[in-house]
Design a protein around this ligand. Structure first.
Ligand code: SAM
Length: 258
């Protein structure tokens, strides 16, 4: 595998990006009462909070290296407040990760946009997400590709995400409950595999399920991680280090192999 160690996406320095990118699992979000399981999705307001969403995109994403028009349009379209617990809906349009219960989080909007852009997602791509969580990242991807496959290891989160996605009209997102370490072989190969929990190594089954020209984008590491993009080229796999981040760890087989 060829390695490139430059940080290639985004105009900010790695140190700056680390502050921006703390996607999930930050110590300050643990232990909040909102870490309890929550049922249902936040109700849409009369205007679906579009003005707040546009402000989030214009103030925090445009100008911070997010330039892909499809990604910006998707971020403007998905009602993030419907993917967070109702008691945190007021914070939905801040650029920060939020707890969604069961010690998991919905990623920071900047990181969702960054990973979607890094994956170079385009209409017609076949996409697999590992770590459905709230379903928000899946909805952003669905805005671009329509249909996709997503795996969540925590059954109640998978169940809730299915409900939220359906209620928001994303009815071609197929959510499976299970360990994403082994991917979704029956649906492979994928043009894009996007992982939103951090293993300390790249799962070999995910590399095997990557189509020619496909991109695997994932955080890799222990406490501190980097978002890495691996591209399958005719000459083999190319690996690029993109962004320092902190995600929740990938559990299941990834945890057992640590
Ligand atoms: C940072 S959260 C994901 C955020 C999510 N993409 C969203 O938009 O809300 C990481 C998710 O990965 C899940 N996860 C961790 N290990 C996993 C595994 N081996 N397979 C599938 N999901 C996993 C966690 O349960 C958690 O819901």
């Amino acid at each position: 595998m060829k390695h490139r160690s430059r940080y290639r996406v985004g105009a900010l320095s790695p140190a700056c990006l680390l502050l921006l990118a703390c996607s999930s699992g930050s110590p300050s979000s643990g232990g909040s009462p909102s870490d309890e399981p929550v049922v249902g999705v936040a109700a849409a307001g009369p205007d679906d909070r579009r003005a707040e969403r546009l402000a989030l995109v214009d103030e925090h994403l445009v100008g911070s290296g997010i330039v892909d028009a499809r990604v910006l349009a998707a971020m403007r379209a998905v009602p993030r407040h419907r993917f967070v617990p109702a008691d945190l809906a007021r914070l939905a349009y801040r650029d920060r990760a939020l707890p969604i219960g069961l010690e998991q989080t919905i990623s920071q909007p900047y990181v969702v946009a960054f990973m979607t852009q890094a994956a170079e997602v385009a209409p017609g791509d076949k996409v697999l997400e590992i770590g459905t969580g709230s379903g928000y990242q899946a909805a952003v991807l669905a805005e671009i590709v329509g249909e996709l496959w997503s795996i969540e290891i925590v059954a109640p989160l998978a169940e809730r995400a299915r409900g939220t996605l359906a209620a928001c009209g994303y009815d071609r997102v197929h959510v499976r409950t299970g360990d994403g370490y082994r991917g979704w072989p029956e649906e492979a190969p994928f043009d894009v595999i996007l992982v939103t929990a951090a293993p300390d190594h790249v799962p070999a089954p995910l590399l095997e399920q990557l189509a020619e020209g496909g991109r695997l984008v994932l955080p890799v590491g222990d406490e501190y991680q980097e978002i890495v993009r691996i591209r399958r080229t005719p000459d083999g796999l190319e690996r690029e280090r993109l962004l320092p981040v902190r995600f929740v760890p990938m559990t299941g087989e990834a945890q057992e192999r640590r």
